[in-house]
Ligand binder design. Sequence first.
Ligand code: HEC
Ligand code: HEC
Length: 245
Amino acid sequence: MRAPWLALMFASLLALPLAGRAQAPAIPAAQTDAIPAFQHVDSMEARVQGCVTCHGQSGQGTSNGYYPRIAGKPAGYLYNQLVAFRDGTRRYAPMNYLVAYLPDPYLKEIAEYFSKQRPPFAPAEPSGAPAAAVTRGQTLVTTGDGKQGIPACAACHGTGLTGMEPGIPGLVGLRHAYIVGQLTRWKVGERHAAEPDCMKRIASRLSDADIAAVAAFLSQQQPPKDPSPESSNLVRMPLACGSQR
Ligand code: HEC
Ligand code: HEC
């Protein structure tokens, strides 16, 4: 028979709130595995329950255009964002609050979990943008604008716009409102990435009309058959990015 103290110890661990579990003393896996009721206490499904109302069960996003798809983005990118929210260098109050005291290894595991998800993409919503804006958006995304010093977005975000390992996110599956929000934040200096912050330089060269144009085009794109990020290709990148080191 098991010692009663052992049962007591497990019972008290169970009573801890989920976030507190991160700091709880580790129980050797052999012990927890022996008791079915304890196997799923800190499962990834349990950890991400606080995320699904906004990001969807597998990170696919929800009908709210400002809640981004996070599934399938490179783990390095997702991890950088979670650390930035925790440390307050990227600001969105509910996100800052949710990850406030979580340690690095815990955030890394969450990032890896969502990077491996491949839920289907929601059908693109009609943007209602004038055809000329969509065409301008397409030009910026696929070839850039040499005169304005704007490189093609696809050079870094991938020809299928599925991102590039380890630090560049896919843009396919993001909605109009979110894309406009992020580019505007970079432009006005509210969003930052590791130096050299290539997105800061690019967003500063985009006019408000160009931001609307790229958002109109990007939000219409369908994912390629394999939506996985491309492998790292520093040679193809027109600017250096700190997040890509
Ligand atoms: C209340 C809704 C809400 C909840 C709950 C929420 N998020 Fe978010 N999350 C957002 C919004 C909105 C953004 C974009 C914020 C911004 O930059 O303006 C975001 C951004 C992110 C990003 C960056 C996405 C990108 O492409 O840059 C990651 C990663 C993320 N959330 C992960 C999580 C995880 C993990 C959880 C659960 C622990 C979670 N979120 C819970 C709303 C939410
Ligand atoms: C030189 C490489 C490079 C080019 C070119 C580039 N990007 Fe990026 N982009 C990045 C990197 C790196 C990040 C991630 C930065 C970070 O760590 O937060 C990023 C992030 C983004 C994000 C945030 C996505 C999210 O999920 O929050 C958007 C939106 C974006 N880029 C749009 C564009 C657009 C539009 C263009 C073309 C006008 C463009 N990018 C061109 C490197 C690039």
